[in-house]
Design a binder for this molecule. Sequence first.
Ligand code: PMP
Ligand code: GLN
Length: 379
Amino acid sequence: LQSKLAKLGSSIFSQMSQLAAEQQAINLSQGFPDFAPDNYLLQRLAYHSQHGANQYAPMPGILPLRQQISELVKRCYRRSINPDNEITVTSGATEALFVAIQALVQPGDEVIVFDPAYDSYTPAVQLAGGSTVHLNLQVPDFSVNWQQVAAAITPRTKLIIVNSPHNPTATVFSDADWQALQQLVCQHGLYCLSDEVYEHMVFDGAAQLSAHCYPALAERSFIVSSFGKTFHVTGWKLGYCVAPALLSAEFRKIHQYVTFSSFTPAQYAITDMLAMHPEQVSGLAAFYRQKRDQFVSALGSSRLQLLPSAATYFQLADYSAVSELADVEFCRWLTIEHKVAAIPLSVFYRQPTDARLIRFCFAKTPATLNRAAEVLCQL
Ligand code: PMP
Ligand code: GLN
């Protein structure tokens, strides 16, 4: 068999979680909470599966959920979107990203991505017959150089993929970033795929901005969100994509043959959650800011140098005062010798990088964070 993705092995998240399990290490690598989701949400899932919601959902998602999503987008971003033809519920943000890319990218098209980039973008572009053009976020603050972006646009450029709040750097786009993106997308007739799965986890009073806030950009964007992140249920694999009607129609043509529709009981349970507990969404930033602050403060005496975490549930650390190892080896060593697992950053770059940076996930109980920090302070 000729591999369509010859260079690809299993993802760094699978590798590190597996190693953490083998080593019985504290797993701060793959991003997922180690605490239970809200009890009401679990009860509604049980209720709906016991009351008939066990067959195929409608292809675009159940209408009450799409209506709740429309309300949520209005509350957060003051944008009106039509639940009938502008929202599609998907099996996680991963499916939405994949489908949006298949809907847009033709053989020969170029797609601009920013490194370090989340790992699912490039394979999806390759499967569509396109190629990715990689621009590095700038050191030390991981900002975008928009002049460099403008210079990278060619007649073949079709799409720019952005991710704010950003995994793995925990940075967010400013209003100026969004304006610059909008300007380039509109000027060159490009499209935007905006991965916003950490949208409700923005800290320290920074504005929660989105492609939704920029009308001309939103007209040319697929905007992707994840209930897995927002409601602490990454294993439910439920997300959605918002796009103008014409783009959503193309999106749905593919979605219907990738999964057809997504897990029905979870769609009803999340609908109830959004309707009855909107404070779970609006309070998420404060919830994770507290975890970040606890983790940072517990690492106060560590030789790890912590970078600012402005959003998401990730914390970057520079370990150059601790070790000379390259980051992949360092993460293996940390997991095997000290029983704490983290994610190396170099795997998210196309160009080799010798930055000594690792990512911790702080979506963990206070006890887990304290135990990990105790170990890390000994390094
Ligand atoms: N995009 C980013 C940046 C992510 O971090 C993740 C999840 N780790 C996803 C997309 C995928 O989200 P989901 O689990 O809903 O498929
Ligand atoms: N998004 C998660 C992370 O960044 C991983 C999800 C996955 O394993 N596919 O850790």
